[in-house]
Design a protein around this ligand. Structure first.
Ligand code: NAD
Length: 263
């Protein structure tokens, strides 16, 4: 343990905590899964969180829950693929922290992927990230304050798996968009980083991972378990907070070693 904290005196090590009091945050796709977790996590560390998704009633319930438990939240209706909806969500608002979490996947062979499904995945997972990031950065520049944009990519942005060509292409593009925006916006004190999660257990995939095929997949993860949403909390808070003030254009892989499996 001693060696790990070399260079940090005990006092400064104790001070490494994540305090987001006074910050505002936006989480897209906050109607289920990781988005709900990210919103609770940011609110739990003091940020005032806007929870945004297409299903207004779902985000309204989450905002109520956060407010009732002592946090601060507001619900926003947002379709990240619709520029008008994005403009409306940013009307009169500037967020310090923006989490581009909304995403969908089309599962099926490339030979049989309908054009409509391809476009839907690219629109949501890539164009949606661009539209929200652009609106967020424009507001930050106009307000002359920096901020932190966190793009939720995937290990499928770095390697491939069968039946996920549109998703893998979109997530790889998100990793590259993260770097491109980081380069352009550093002068405005806007940091842009990505998290590449591996397989994380949520309500929509829990049943699959309980099957034999799912368990077989889990055995290929070097750490030999699925990720839990809590495994993403510290990476998220690191990127959201000033502790990552010298980080931009980077990607944090949180995957139990899945990307480094032997070829
Ligand atoms: P999920 O389906 O539960 O959450 C995605 C959310 O995005 C949903 O609430 C959905 O309604 C919302 N959404 C979809 N299209 C939208 C749109 N046009 N506008 C606004 N919201 C929209 O899935 P999840 O597992 O929580 O995934 C969250 C993010 O994490 C996604 O970007 C996903 O690609 C990424 N991810 C998940 C995993 C995992 O194992 N769960 C792994 C790697 C990356």
């Amino acid at each position: 343990m001693e060696a790990i904290v070399t260079g940090l005196n005990p006092q400064s090590a104790a001070q490494v905590g994540f305090d987001l009091a006074g910050r505002t945050a936006l989480v897209t796709g906050a109607s289920s899964g990781l988005g709900v977790h990210f919103a609770r996590c940011l609110a739990g560390h003091g940020a005032r969180v806007a929870v945004a998704a297409r299903r207004a009633e779902k985000v309204a319930t989450l905002a109520e829950e956060i407010n009732a438990s002592g946090g601060e939240a507001e619900a926003l209706r947002l379709d990240v693929t619709d520029a008008a909806s994005v403009a409306e969500a940013f009307e009169g608002r500037c967020f310090d922290i923006v989490v581009n979490n909304a995403g969908i996947a089309f599962n099926g062979p490339a030979l049989d992927t309908p054009e409509q499904d391809w476009r839907q995945v690219i629109d949501t997972d890539l164009t949606g990230v661009f539209l929200v990031s652009q609106a967020a950065a424009r507001a930050m520049v106009a307000a002359q304050r920096g901020g932190s944009i966190i793009n939720i990519a995937s290990i499928l942005g770095k390697r491939v798996a069968g039946g996920l060509s549109a998703y893998a292409a979109a997530k790889a593009a998100v990793v590259q968009l993260t770097r491109a925006n980081a380069l352009e916006w550093a002068r405005h004190d806007i940091r842009v980083n990505a998290i590449c999660p591996g397989y994380i257990e949520t309500d929509i995939n829990r049943d699959f991972f309980a099957t034999e095929a799912g368990q077989k997949l889990v055995r290929r993860i070097p750490i030999r378990r699925l990720g839990q949403m809590e495994d993403l909390s510290a990476p998220l808070l690191l990127l959201a907070s000033d502790h990552s003030r010298f980080m931009t254009g980077s990607e944090l892989v949180v995957d139990g070693g899945h990307l480094v499996t032997s070829l």
